[in-house]
Write a protein that binds this ligand. Structure first.
Ligand code: F6R
Length: 362
């Protein structure tokens, strides 16, 4: 049942404020972070290794910035197909964390099994509680997104991010990097996301208009810095899997080390720029793109658009948001642009060619 939507993907995008609210209610009770038994004390570990595939891997990439910045916890991340055969040495005091919507991804499961007996704790962030990955973990953490049918992951991604943000706050608390007031403030920021998402979802018509232009492109670049670099990857992945347009993500600062050679008037460059600590740096990279004739689509808030100045090809105006949780909110325009571009091209949004929802063979 698509609930009145044209595609499951559209339904699942629209469901995000409500499923996120479920996840928040499960993990935050009376202003305190609650984990299911046996819980996890981040003061007891010195390293975190996070492993996943695809969109779930990009959730890990966002979380790496969070854990390192607010909890000063060193994080190693890898895609599961590399991790499992790399057979990395695991330092003492490591917790391993696996992120998987289905809980059945063959490479992620193999990576988990590699860690058994080598790490202090195996944690998983999963959507399907009875899945193999959940069952073989010491601490399976549900994301409570409900069944996801569209092959392109949407609500699972933002629920994964929400659970990982709460875990990062817990890590900061356990490791003495946040006092109770700071914990409370960070949790309030996470709790503000569903409301802001409802506003961002109202951008549907706006993203539809932009997407009609994007649908003409052969190549599209996505740029971001910090956690928005991870979102750039997620935007590019969503776009290529359902619209079949070639899309690449780069860390904004890497542009001048090669990819700027691709920029010309035919290549839209999507710049994901919430007003965080790196905003000005991202905008200066954006101006380098414009100076070379690139067509910039800027995703930022009203003040950000003002500070960025004139000359952009198009702008998507987002609600103002605390920088910490901006990566969760900015998933919405990434998803909507991919969705509407695919619809404009007439591709099969829910069942893109060559892809399966659950990748149970390597
Ligand atoms: C992208 C997508 C895939 C999955 C990946 C991992 O939209 O859906 O990249 O994220 O195959 O799947 P899970 O999370 O089930 O392990």
């Amino acid at each position: 049942d698509k609930g009145g939507h044209k595609h499951f993907m559209a339904k699942e995008i629209a469901e995000q404020p409500s499923v996120l609210t479920n996840a928040l209610g499960y993990y935050i009770q009376d202003g305190k972070i609650m984990l299911p038994d046996p819980g996890l004390d981040f003061a007891q570990i010195d390293h975190l290794t996070m492993v996943a595939c695809g969109t779930a891997f990009y959730a890990c990439l966002v979380a790496k910035y969070w854990f390192e910045q607010i909890a000063r916890l060193p994080v190693e991340i890898d895609v599961a197909s590399e991790f499992r055969y790399r057979e990395p040495p695991i330092p003492k005091g490591t917790a391993a964390l696996f992120v998987s919507q289905s809980g059945e991804t063959a490479d992620t499961l193999a990576a988990l099994r590699y860690c058994q007996g080598k790490v202090d704790k195996i944690v998983s962030v999963v959507n399907v509680p009875e899945s193999s990955i959940a069952r073989e973990s010491d601490l399976p953490l549900p994301i409570l997104a409900g069944i996801e049918i569209g092959v392109a992951s949407t609500k699972a991604f933002t629920c994964q991010l929400t659970v990982l943000a709460i875990l990062a706050i817990k890590a900061a608390q356990d490791r003495g990097h946040m006092n109770p007031d700071e914990v409370a403030e960070a949790l309030e920021q996470v709790k503000s996301v569903p409301g802001l998402m409802s506003h961002a979802l109202a951008l549907g018509e706006r993203t539809k208009a932009v997407s009609r232009k994007l649908a003409e492109a052969r190549d599209i670049l996505f740029l971001g810095r910090g956690p928005m670099y991870a979102l750039a990857h997620e935007g590019a992945l969503k776009l290529k899997e359902i619209s079949y347009i070639h899309a690449e993500a780069y860390a904004s600062g890497e542009l001048k080390h090669g990819p700027i050679a691709l920029v010309d008037k035919h290549v839209p460059v999507i710049v994901m720029a919430p007003r965080d600590a790196l905003f000005e740096k991202t905008i200066s990279n954006m101006q380098e793109v414009m100076a070379r004739g690139g067509k910039v689509l800027l995703i930022t808030d009203k003040q950000g658009a003002k500070e960025a100045g004139p000359g952009v090809w198009d702008t998507i105006l987002m609600p103002e948001v605390a920088p910490f949780v901006a990566p969760i909110l900015y998933a919405i325009p990434a998803q909507l642009l991919a969705y509407h571009t695919a619809v404009a091209k007439g591709t099969d949004v829910d069942q893109p060619r060559n892809l399966a929802k659950s990748v149970t063979v390597e």
